[in-house]
Design a protein around this ligand. Structure first.
Ligand code: F6P
Length: 323
């Protein structure tokens, strides 16, 4: 394989630029011709392809986001869209594709590989909900950004004896919320994987108040059935149930736009090089991920059909530590 395309897709994640850089430089080192595709699968359908040489990916490793652009493509979910994309790949004589992205993006990778086109995926999403990698690209940076905000919120909460509801990203997965809850010393964590009623959250806040704490911190995943806005609405009407006065902060996309951490830059570099090594060995239809600190290849079919389970013993641990 000599002509390789690379694209970033879905929600951006800090470290995507470092991954593109690694793919382009490792490929160029093997005398492959490298091509960037703008705006994910959307750009592939539109034929937005550019040649990338090692110098074109200079000075990007330290930047968040993706200089190629990203998109969630509805068109690529259709048969016509995928056929169009395939035609463009053939027109540019691209022989294989590296797709840097999360669940939706790797479903796209799998669809393309099922049409007979060689694809290698790189596990990238701040949600850490992708089967095939213990940790995905961008999680470490996003978690540290959320944690910095949580630490600050705790300072002001303590000054005013307040409870703070802080919502972190995670549409379907509570990984970020659970880990930020542990690292930030939360009184309780609300995640989509575990049913929590507003009463349970109120009880945890009131308990903290009765035990003489001068703040209570609740970390909520955006995808939880009781998200922060819902809880805030209920608690405003039942202030007497809590002890503390309450404030709400929704961190949102701030978590995605950060400068990639050292961990994410190194992970991205390892993933990018491994993607090229894999293609050089004529292997494809797999996701590059991390398992036991080593590179792991997982068939895309397994990636798209298997749910990554959250280790709920950590949630139990966070409860013990909140006492
Ligand atoms: O996929 C990662 C993620 O950040 C989710 O946690 C979040 O729900 C979603 O993307 C937000 O997507 P968008 O950027 O399209 O609003």
């Amino acid at each position: 394989m000599n002509r390789i395309g690379v694209l970033t897709s879905g929600g951006d994640a800090p470290g995507m630029n470092a991954a593109i850089r690694a793919v382009v430089r490792a490929g160029s080192e093997k005398e492959m011709k490298m091509f960037g595709i703008r705006d994910g699968f959307e750009g592939l359908i539109a034929g937005r392809v550019l040649r990338l040489r090692p110098r074109d990916v200079g000075n990007v490793i330290q930047h968040g986001g993706t200089f190629l652009g990203s998109a969630r493509s509805e068109a690529f979910k259709t048969k016509e869209g995928r056929e169009h994309a395939l035609r463009n790949l053939r027109e540019f004589n691209i022989e294989a594709l590296v797709v840097i992205g999360g669940n939706g993006s790797q479903s796209g990778s799998y669809a393309l590989s099922e049409l007979g086109f060689p694809v290698v995926g790189i596990a990238s999403t701040i949600d850490n909900d992708l089967y095939g990698s213990d940790i995905t690209l961008g999680v470490d940076t996003a978690m540290n950004i959320a944690l910095e905000a949580i630490d600050r919120l705790k300072v002001t909460a303590s000054s005013h004896r307040r409870a703070i509801l802080v919502e972190v990203m995670g549409r379907k997965c509570g990984y970020l919320a659970m880990m930020c809850g542990i690292a930030g010393g939360a009184e309780t964590v609300v995640i989509p994987e575990v049913e929590s009623k507003p009463d349970d959250v109120a009880r945890a806040i009131l308990d903290a108040y009765r035990r003489g704490k001068n703040h209570a911190l609740v970390v909520v995943a955006e995808g939880a059935s009781c998200n922060a806005s819902n809880l805030a609405k209920i608690f405003e009407e039942h202030r007497d149930l809590l002890g503390f006065d309450i404030r709400t902060t929704i961190l949102g996309h701030v978590q995605r736009g950060g400068v990639p951490s050292a961990f994410d830059r190194i992970l991205a570099s390892r993933f990018g090089v491994a993607a090229i090594e894999t293609l050089a060995q004529n292997k494809h239809g797999v996701l590059i991920g991390l398992h036991n600190n080593g590179i792991q290849l997982t068939p895309l079919k397994a990636v798209v059909s298997t749910k990554k389970e959250l280790d709920l013993s950590l949630l139990q641990m966070s409860r013990v530590l909140a006492t």
